[in-house]
Design a protein around this ligand. Structure first.
Ligand code: SF4
Length: 301
């Protein structure tokens, strides 16, 4: 844009005040998994593999591929001795057993908070629960792993009070949460269960502190700002959830993955813009989006 154009920038695209969440960038578990994969390349040489993309951010995964960290959908073609990293979501127990039985060098980067939830489900099953409920997304890899730890007890995955009502429950019921679950949703489900007289309830709130803080701060910004940019991979469940929660408070909440998705309409007339991010979003992408959002001359036209 030349100087003349810059002078004619209308009021509605004047520089907004940016308010960034206190909790941005990789969460502890994602940062740890990336470091473990990089250490594996340094120690064993490239390439090493991860079962599925190491994190839910395509730009970071592309960078990791360039460093020799390749994601694979299956491991049955890998030769004994090949290095395979379990990502922060964890895997079902049977999958880990098959990896080890194949003679692969398994590096377990399961986030310690996910590991804690897995162990709690295993203890609920050992302690004689009749049913275990996992509050989470049924198709999410973390949840698939969590469910496997409840064997041989009946494990149900529920996302809402409505889904809960469709279940027949009796006796001892144990409950855990997917670590990135919405605290509000978890609370509603627990409140509904507590009203029942016909079950004995054991509840483990396994939502990780990081998720709690991010959601709380995102909601604070959604209330305070005219528009919200929720930054993170389109395949990231925790980013999608942050977006849904912000949207419920502020209809001008937009989920974008990269700076080139920003449009003038998103920020038009907004005096304050909040920036929040999922747990797999690198600071570099957030900084790039902040730079463009704060500069009317550089705003996409
Ligand atoms: S969101 Fe929480 S549980 Fe999930 S990887 Fe990050 S720190 Fe671990």
């Amino acid at each position: 844009m030349n100087t003349q154009q810059r002078n004619t920038v209308p009021d509605q695209v004047a520089t907004p005040c940016l308010k960034c969440s206190k909790y941005i960038g990789f969460c502890f578990g994602v940062q740890r998994a990336i470091e473990m994969a990089r250490e594996a390349v340094a120690g064993h040489g490239a390439p090493i593999r991860t079962l599925g993309p190491l994190i839910h951010n395509p730009q970071v995964v592309a960078q990791l591929r360039r460093e020799g960290i390749r994601d694979v959908k299956r491991f049955t073609h890998l030769k004994p001795g090949a290095v395979l990293v379990i990502r922060s979501h964890g895997v079902p127990c049977a999958v880990e057993q098959r990896m080890r039985a194949r003679g692969l060098k398994v590096i377990d980067a399961t986030c310690p908070f996910v590991k804690k939830a897995q162990n709690l489900i295993a203890s609920l099953a050992r302690d004689g629960c009749d049913t275990i409920l996992v509050v989470g997304e049924p198709q999410h890899p973390e949840v698939e792993g969590l469910v496997s730890y409840g064997t041989p007890v009946r494990v149900h995955v529920v996302r809402s009070v409505e889904e809960l009502k469709a279940l027949k429950l009796a006796g001892r019921v144990g409950v855990v949460a997917q670590t990135t679950q919405s605290p509000a949703c978890f609370r509603k489900i627990i409140a509904s269960l507590k009203r029942r007289q016909d079950i004995q309830l054991t509840v483990h709130d396994t939502i990780c502190r990081e998720t709690n803080r991010r959601q709380r701060d995102a909601l604070r910004l959604a209330r305070q700002c005219d528009a919200i940019l929720v930054i993170g991979g389109k395949n990231s469940a925790n980013t999608a959830r942050l977006h849904q929660r912000c949207l419920a408070i502020n209809p001008r909440s937009f989920h974008i993955e990269q700076a080139d998705e920003l449009t003038p309409e998103m920020l038009r007339g907004a005096a304050t813009v909040g920036l929040v991010s999922g747990a797999s979003t690198p600071v570099s992408i957030i900084a790039e989006i902040a730079r463009i959002a704060a500069a009317p001359a550089g705003r996409p036209q």
